[in-house]
Every structure is written in C-alpha cells, then in structure tokens.
Design a binder for this molecule. Structure first.
Ligand code: ADP
Ligand code: MG
Length: 321
C-alpha cells in the first residue's frame, strides 16, 4: 500500500509520551485501522538521532511476532508519522483495568507466563540484531484480544555495537542498580556500579520489575523521595520480590525464582536471555504457545468486556466497537 499522511483520519488518542502522541487512525479508502505515532521532528541533534533510531530499529523487527508491526514512516508538516499495527491496550492500561475495583480480575499465572515468554522472545530478537531497548516497562508492552503480547517504543533504544551507552535514559522506576550508580557517578555522586554502562542485562532487570508489577497490581517501589534515596534503595537494599500476600496463591514458587534471576543486583549475576528462556517458569511455554496465547486472549477479552468505557478511559484505553 502506498499511502500519504493525508490519507488517514484520526479517531482517538491511544497514548502520549516523550516526543508526541499516538492515536488510532483509519485509512479512508480501505477502512483499515492503525496506530499512528506522531513525533515532532527535532532540531536537537541527540533527539533527532533517537527519532531516526526508533524508525531504523522498527524497520529491522518486522519479522518478529513479539514486536509491534511497523508499516512505514511518513513526513508531514514537520512531524514524522510512524504507522503501526493497532493493539488493544498497553500492559499498564491493562493491569490497571484488571486490578481496578470495577473489574477485579487479577492477572493469572498462565497469562503472566505468556507475557514473560513473549517479552523474553522480543528481547532475544532485538539482541540478535544488536539492539537493547532501554525502556522496558508495562506501558511499552502492548496486548490484544488475540492474546498477542508485543514490545513497542524504541524511542531510546541503543545499538550495542557502537557503545555501551552511558546516557541516563529510560524510566527511573525500572532502572537497574548499575545504571543508577553510573548516572550518579557521572554527576559526581556515588561510585560507579559493578558493570559500566547499559547492557541487555539492564533490560532484564526492568523486565523483572515489570513482571512484579503485573503480578501484584502495583509497582514494587511506589516512588522515591529523591535520587539519593533511589540510589540507596537500589544499591543497598535486597532486590524486591513478590510477597505471599501480593501473590495471593495465584503463582507457583518458580515465579519467585524466575524473578530473582532477573533481579540479581549485580548485572554479572543476572541470568542471560537464553538461560531465562529455559528457566522452569517459562521453559514449558514454547510447547504450548498457541494454547497459552488463546488463554491470554480470553482473559484480555474478559477484562476489557467487564470494563465500562468510562473506567477504561480513566486508564487511557479506548473501547472499540
Ligand atoms: P512514548 O515514546 O511516548 O512513550 P509509545 O510508543 O510508548 O510512546 O506510545 C505511548 C502509548 O501509546 C503506549 O504506552 C500505549 O498506551 C499507546 N500505544 C502505542 N503504540 C500503540 C499501538 N500500536 N496500539 C495501541 N496503543 C499503542
Ligand atoms: Mg513509551
């Protein structure tokens, strides 16, 4: 399909963030729906590079079913329009809806297993093309009614080959201990961590934190008073884990073990992606991938169907007819 930016009409907003807005659009001639991310072209060299990088990474991931499908990018009126497949919600929107008092359907073990597996597959794929995501968190994981789970938002992704990125990117609440000590060290604060810079291991930490959040319905740290508090918490305290109370009997012991493999405080002790894919918590998923995806899809439908449109709108989900 050759399309121009003006061939699409915006229907509603799906989310917004750092560089712009994502909305649901319809292609007028075909009636097909897409998600469109509009980014204001930056004249700042560093920002401009990140914007270009997002497109270049998306172009190289179209073969991976665990990364949101990219149709193309167009320039329009000083904006870049990135056209993607439309998903039903981010995992942040989804878990907020699932745990809300109106819906009250805590995420089940098979669903969490399938999410863990899908994100690991996405991370392994991008690792194979020498990319690290650097902003792994539930709002950058998307889900749909078929049960597919896909990674999105390569806006701050890094290329492994060129450098071990030292820049302080990503969301502070999901940042690995080695990254927080680096950013403090570069600002003349505390000493450097055990491993310099950003590696795929830092994405693994953020995955662990995200899964804890999805399993319990709340972020394990809540918030920090100030950056020193954050450094102290991340570097000195034991890593967070799933309390029996939060798990409420929904999850097996293997999940706790899996989380501790993702959340080893020293990056060098953290499990690598191939090891994690063999871990007992997700190792069995591959043999029953279709079944687990279907079960995830049924769960997604039940949650979204139980939400009235106003409670979904409160967490930023638009109900589709
Ligand atoms: P940002 O760089 O602003 O964080 P994202 O790519 O993460 O941009 O998109 C912001 C939000 O928009 C996501 O958290 C999600 O809620 C929504 N969104 C993004 N892409 C899609 C998509 N393909 N389908 C449905 N919703 C999406
Ligand atoms: Mg995002």
């Amino acid at each position: 399909m050759t399309a121009r930016a003006t061939d699409f009409d915006s229907l509603d907003e799906l989310g917004s963030g750092r560089f712009g807005v994502v909305d649901r659009v319809i292609h007028r001639d075909s009636g097909c729906l897409f998600a469109r991310k509009r980014i204001r072209l930056s004249f700042d060299q560093q920002e401009h590079e990140l914007q270009q990088r997002e497109i270049s990474v998306l172009k190289r991931t179209v073969e991976c079913p665990f990364v949101v499908y990219f149709y193309g990018a167009m320039f329009h009126d000083g904006d870049i329009h990135i056209l993607m497949e439309l998903m039903d919600a981010s995992l942040r929107q989804f878990y907020l809806a699932a745990y809300s008092s109106a819906v009250n359907m805590p995420i089940t073990n098979p669903v969490l297993q399938y999410i863990a597996y899908s994100v690991l597959k996405a991370l392994s794929y991008i690792r194979s093309i020498e990319v690290m995501h650097r902003d792994i968190k539930p709002s950058n994981m998307l889900i749909n009614r078929s049960g597919q789970v896909k990674l999105c938002d390569f806006g701050v992704a890094g290329i492994l080959k060129n450098s071990i990125a030292k820049s302080n990117v990503g969301c502070q609440l999901y940042v690995a201990p080695e990254r927080v000590s680096i950013s403090m060290a570069t600002e003349g604060g505390l000493g450097a961590g055990d491993e310099p810079g950003f590696t795929t291991a830092s994405d693994v930490w953020s995955l662990g934190i995200s899964l804890l959040e999805l399993a319990s319905g709340a972020h394990p740290y809540g918030s920090w008073k100030n950056p020193f508090h954050q450094v102290q918490h991340l570097t000195e305290d034991p890593p967070p884990s799933l309390s029996a109370e939060a798990a409420a009997g929904r999850f097996p012991q293997e999940l706790n073990d899996f989380l501790s493999c993702c959340l080893a405080k020293k990056a060098k002790d953290r499990w690598r992606l191939p090891q994690l894919l063999e871990h007992p918590y997700v190792g069995g998923v591959v043999a029953m991938e279709t079944e687990l995806r279907d079960r995830t899809g049924q769960f997604v439908c039940s949650v979204l169907d139980r939400c009235d449109s106003s409670s979904l709108a409160a967490v930023g989900v638009t109900v589709k007819e």
